[in-house]
Write a protein that binds this ligand. Structure first.
Ligand SMILES: NC(=O)C1=CN([C@@H]2O[C@H](COP(=O)(O)OP(=O)(O)OC[C@H]3O[C@@H](n4cnc5c(N)ncnc54)[C@H](OP(=O)(O)O)[C@@H]3O)[C@@H](O)[C@H]2O)C=CC1
Ligand SMILES: CC[C@](O)(C(C)=O)C(=O)O
Ligand SMILES: [Mg+2]
Ligand SMILES: [Mg+2]
Length: 408
């Protein structure tokens, strides 16, 4: 009953944040079913966009390799709330993932508290998102003491720095949760060695925390990786799946802590972030050297990619995008793809090795462990922001029909 009342009040708070004008019409008697209704419509929306025949299937054939996939529909809201009825999810850290996972779990009616440094950026952000000091927002140590499931969503560098303080608070029977394999896999550098009497699990959303939140609000779910490092209770995997659903995952792909951290560090340095910035910039620079205007170079490099062609890849694959383009483009792209592949394989080999041998981890720990990490990162990002390509991009975006002047 207490948990029902709690989900009711959480649902009202969630409703007021999502649509303040609706709150006045939500009466107390209606609130208990509010988040259930929201979730039901979310599930319906998800079902509409799911191909027939895949629901409930646990083992799927991925291009010849069989893999296990878990899904949200196996965890209806009532089951999820019942499963965690005696738990307090202590979400430590409130960056991009803390925000997305925390708000989703709260909207799912679970008992969530946030733990961050008092007075820091995250403390302010958490208050803006409706976490209440002394009720649902606490300094880190206090939140860990109150929690049964400790969700360590501090920056990876901070997880290492704070470990000596927080480790003794992770007592027998608690669950330790990460969204990255970083801290425990690279233990020689991070010195994070979990106590032997707690379950240690991972739910790593494969996308930004902002997307974790927006997909959840759209009634969809992000793909997440799940893994178990230590199973003391015998229920670690089940708990990881349930928590994955609680924080907004649609499908959960089983992996290991090692595989998750290697692929993640590799992907973000490669095609997802570092590689794409490098490739965009290289193409833009050559266009500019050959006398093309900034707008032409930007449109041909970034705008057409992100607004027209890449969404087609996302929708139906590479061949679909190729087929949506001219035969002239298709011929040329087919010729040049292997050349780019060949040129890039050695770079990707070098990158994977740098991830595997811990070089990337040590760099990240050193840099993001500085007290000035935010300012230092911002300085370098400001250099990117000031590159001609991205300055030109702002003007191109300002011409979009849905452009909002204050959105940049
Ligand atoms: N960003 C993403 O979308 C994804 C992240 N992950 C993983 O999720 C975890 C969290 O990442 P993310 O959400 O990006 O968070 P960030 O890496 O941006 O870390 C931010 C949090 O760390 C806190 N923090 C930083 N330094 C310290 C310190 N010395 N002492 C105490 N707190 C500190 C910040 O608090 P304060 O404001 O007080 O500085 C803030 O709450 C990481 O393991 C990451 O690899 C996984 C998937 C995607
Ligand atoms: C691609 C970057 C990422 O790995 C992510 C959003 O998945 C991260 O660490 O933020
Ligand atoms: Mg990452
Ligand atoms: Mg990632």
């Amino acid at each position: 009953m207490a948990s029902l009342a709690r989900s009711a009040s959480q649902a009202v708070r969630a409703a007021s944040r999502r649509a303040p004008h609706v709150l006045a019409t939500v009466k107390p008697a209606q609130t208990a079913s509010f988040s259930v209704l929201a979730r039901a419509s979310a599930v319906k929306a998800a079902q509409r966009s799911t191909p027939q025949g895949t629901r409930g299937v646990k083992t799927l054939d991925f291009a010849g390799t069989k893999e296990v996939v878990y899904e949200r529909s196996d965890w209806p809201l009532a089951k999820l709330q019942d499963y965690f009825k005696n738990d307090t999810l202590a979400l430590i850290g409130y960056g991009s993932q803390g925000h997305g996972q925390g708000l989703n779990a709260r909207d799912n009616g679970l008992n969530v508290i946030v733990g961050v440094r008092k007075g820091g950026e995250s403390w302010k952000q958490a208050i803006e998102d409706g976490w209440v000091p002394g009720e649902t927002l606490f300094p880190i140590e206090e939140a860990i003491q109150k929690g049964t499931i400790i969700m360590n969503l501090l920056s990876d560098a901070a997880q290492s720095q704070t470990w000596p303080t927080i480790a003794p608070l992770i007592t027998k029977g608690k669950t330790l949760y990460f969204s990255h394999g970083f801290s425990v896999v690279f233990k020689d550098d991070t010195h994070v060695v979990p106590p032997s009497d707690v379950d240690v699990i991972l739910v790593a959303p494969k996308g930004s925390g902002r997307t974790v939140r927006t997909l959840f609000k759209e009634g969809r779910g992000i793909n997440s990786s799940i893994a178990v490092w230590q199973d003391v209770s015998g229920k670690a995997k089940e708990k990881a799946i349930a928590l994955g659903v609680a924080v907004g995952s649609g499908y959960l792909y089983e992996t290991t802590f090692e595989k998750e951290v290697y692929s993640d560090l590799y992907g973000e340095r490669g095609v997802l972030m570092g590689g794409i910035q490098g490739l965009f910039l290289a193409q833009y620079q050559v266009l500019r050297k050959n006398g093309h205007s900034p707008s032409e170079a930007f449109n041909e490099t970034v705008e057409e990619a992100t607004q027209s062609l890449y969404p087609l890849i996302g929708e139906k694959g590479m061949d679909y995008m190729f087929n949506a383009c001219s035969t002239t483009a298709r011929r040329g792209a087919l010729d040049w793809a292997p050349i780019f592949e060949k040129a890039n394989v050695p770079i990707f080999e070098q990158l994977y090795e740098s991830v595997r041998n811990g070089t990337e981890t040590r760099k990240s720990l050193e840099f993001n462990g500085r007290s000035t990490y935010r300012e230092d990162l911002n300085k370098e990002l400001e250099v990117i922001n000031n590159q001609e390509i991205w300055r030109a991009g702002k003007v191109v975006r300002s011409l979009r029909p849905d452009y909002k002047p204050d959105s940049e």
